[in-house]
Write a protein that binds this ligand. Structure first.
Ligand code: KG4
Ligand code: ZN
Length: 337
């Protein structure tokens, strides 16, 4: 069985995972808390924190998996997209290990990996895995895409955001409400007690399968500004309902396009992936939409939704099967190559 050590360091999580075949033996994530007080990720601080965490994180992943470095068949890492200094740490670390142990090296695309998190096999339960071709709504802090995945390594983007990503829509709304970064999980938390029908925000009219969130952000900003002029405690007094209402609109924008994509392609195997797929409102509404439309729906386990190295490992597994290896001249890329 192919054993892989994977490293993810594209943004503000230092992560390592060990996989054997399609099973994840360990999945370690160290989240960088240092960015909270700056209201967003500071690239240089991220690189430094990766340097500090990478050895302990990889050590822990090997220990939990009960695997030694000499047992690893391939070292995998996130090559793009992401913060260049952050990517560099994982890239050079994986390259050094591949060189030292004379094993294969596999570069992985972060967005492709988010999608393939849906193919991870859970050791204890026989989880169902999507059959090909499937649709995937990939929603993260930097991307919002609808993908047709015809095989693990054949993914085609059929819709994407023209401006902000869904995660940004959450985080920027949270910032307007005075909540710390990243605000997505906090909006999710307050929404659980709120009324999603209380306030109405516009759904943008965008052609085809593309998305736009910048108009919604502006509408939200003006709404909060105007309400605060009437009552300076408006946000504090109505936090739950405000969060539930904006979350409900972001979720409906995402799902309406996903339904359209399914109708247009005829594909009823449908997945979600990426950090925003951890959102409880999206998870519930996605399942509901799936029942209504007769889809088979798939959502990665919670810890495989936000940034993690298990998804890098499963992608590297399929690249290994297809003999897609890299040599030591490989370099990271901030943008999608
Ligand atoms: O995939 P991810 O961990 O990193 C990127 O590749 O960007 O996604 C991070 C994004 C952030 O915008 C974060 O606020 C959002 O995912 N996020 C959530 C939730 N958990 C993470 N948004 C809404 N609800 C959540 N529960
Ligand atoms: Zn991500």
């Amino acid at each position: 069985m192919i054993t892989i050590l994977a490293i993810e360091s594209s943004c503000d999580e230092t992560a390592a995972a060990v996989s054997r075949g399609k099973i994840i033996l360990s999945n370690i994530i160290s989240s960088q808390k240092i960015h909270e007080k700056y209201g967003g990720v500071v690239p240089e601080l991220a690189s430094r924190a990766h340097l500090q965490s990478i050895i302990p994180v990889v050590g822990e992943a090997l220990k939990i998996a009960n695997v030694e470095l000499k047992d690893i068949d391939a070292f995998a890492f996130t090559q793009s997209p992401g913060l260049i200094g952050a990517l560099l740490v994982g890239t050079e670390f994986a390259k050094s290990l591949a060189l030292a142990f004379d094993k294969s090296l596999i570069a992985v695309h972060h967005m492709q990996a988010h999608v393939l998190a849906n193919l991870i096999q859970h050791p204890q339960s026989e989880n169902k895995i999507p059959s090909f071709p499937f649709l995937c709504l990939t929603v993260s802090g930097g991307h919002t895409q609808i993908i047709v995945c015809s095989s693990p390594l054949d993914q085609k983007i059929i819709g994407q955001t023209l401006d902000d990503a869904a995660g940004e829509a959450f985080d920027k709304s949270a910032k307007i409400l005075g909540l710390p970064y990243p605000g997505g999980p906090l909006i999710d938390k307050y929404s659980k007690k709120g009324n999603p029908e209380k306030y109405h925000f516009p759904e943008p009219k965008i052609d085809g399968l593309n998305f736009s969130f910048s108009g919604l952000k502006t509408a939200f900003l003006y709404f909060i500004r105007d309400e605060k002029l009437k009552n300076e405690n408006f946000v504090e007094e109505n936090m739950d309902d405000i969060c539930a209402s904006i979350q409900s609109r972001i979720v409906s924008i995402l799902l309406n396009k996903l339904k359209k994509a399914s109708e247009e392609t005829g594909i009823k195997e449908v997945c979600i992936a990426g950090g925003v797929s951890a959102n409880s409102g999206l998870r519930t509404e996605f399942e509901k939409a799936g029942k209504e439309a007769g889809w088979n729906t798939y959502i990665p386990k919670f810890e495989y939704c936000t940034d993690n190295a298990a998804m890098i490992a499963i992608t590297a597994y399929y690249k290994f099967l297809d003999s897609q290896f890299d040599d030591l001249s490989v370099v990271p890329s901030a943008r999608t190559a």
